[in-house]
Design a protein around this ligand. Structure first.
Ligand code: SF4
Length: 295
């Protein structure tokens, strides 16, 4: 559950610097930084505020799996078009495979084979001749409050009713399938679309989640209004964060300003061991989220 309090009062401010009523500085952020605060202000503090940073738990196998598959796809697009073949995949995945977090070598091998199968099925749906506008491309944009940047998995160029459009593609490797509601509700995808419009100077409304384990694609077509709504929420989150940081700098309690938000995420939280609320959560093994792939 997101935190219930909100200090934010402003609505989305048009992109322009230097007029009255703006905060003194822009809030530099990625979608995942904003998401960390929305999920749990305390986790945000442990990640981004406390210095030295709080110690994290061990690496997660599902993160290793996600990173391996993402990098293999990035490198697939890095090949000359004539080499973008399914036969290239084993070497690509092997070269990018992240080994951390698995229970043992046997589990890692089984998951590797599953991931290779996903990639094999997925690239069969791609046109090797296609050159996306960006692959793991950083896009950035400013509003009156945010200096936003983020790395989109892929940004496709497609022709829509109004000509060339930038389509945001996000790869997913988690267990659960995804619905169009997930694409609609994703703040990260909306912020990438907002930034892509600025960077590529063309409309970017369509966002897609490509779930590799099931081969499904969840889609949402944003409107100007829905993008503005997501942007406004992001700005409100940034205002809350800046207010909390300012209060702590002025002597307020960091525990009060960045409260815990206990819930189902705690078992998967990197800071479970240092957080007072996390101590009550059931611990997960680093490989728990990939165990179903081995049965
Ligand atoms: S363990 Fe739970 S409450 Fe504590 S920081 Fe992590 S997500 Fe927040």
């Amino acid at each position: 559950m997101p935190p219930t309090r909100s200090r934010a009062t402003k609505s989305a401010v048009p992109e322009q610097l230097g007029f009255a009523g703006m905060p003194e500085r822009l809030f530099v952020c990625t979608p995942s930084k904003l998401g960390a605060y929305t999920d749990c202000p305390r986790r945000y503090r442990y990640s981004y505020v406390d210095r030295p940073s709080q110690p994290k738990g061990p690496p997660w196998a599902h993160n290793s799996l996600g990173a391996s598959v993402h990098t293999a796809l990035k490198n697939w697009y890095g090949l000359p078009t004539e080499r973008r073949e399914r036969d290239s995949l084993p070497a690509l995945l092997k070269a990018t495979w992240v080994r951390e977090g698995y229970r043992d070598v046997e589990q890692e091998r089984i998951v590797y084979r599953r991931a290779l199968g996903w990639l094999d099925t997925y690239v069969a749906t791609l046109d090797p001749e296609d050159e996306p506008l960006g692959v793991e491309r950083v896009v950035a944009a400013k509003t009156g409050i945010l200096a936003l940047n983020g790395r989109a998995d892929r940004i496709d160029e497609r022709v829509g009713p109004d000509g060339s459009e930038a389509v945001i593609v996000d790869y997913k490797t988690g267990r659960s399938g995804l619905s169009d509601d997930d694409a609609r509700g994703s703040q990260a995808l909306a912020l990438y679309a907002f930034a892509a419009q600025r960077v590529f100077r063309r409309p970017s409304r369509r966002v897609e989640l490509h779930h590799l384990p099931t081969g499904t694609i969840s889609v949402h077509e944003h409107t100007e209004e829905s993008l503005a709504r997501q942007l406004r929420r992001a700005e409100e989150t940034a205002i809350d964060i800046m207010a909390a940081e300012k209060a702590v700098a002025a002597g307020a309690s960091a525990d009060d300003e960045f409260p815990v938000n206990p819930g189902s995420l705690c078992g998967w939280c990197d800071f479970r061991k240092v957080c007072p609320a996390g101590a009550e959560a059931t611990a997960k093994d680093p490989w728990t989220a990939v165990e179903h792939l081995t049965t």
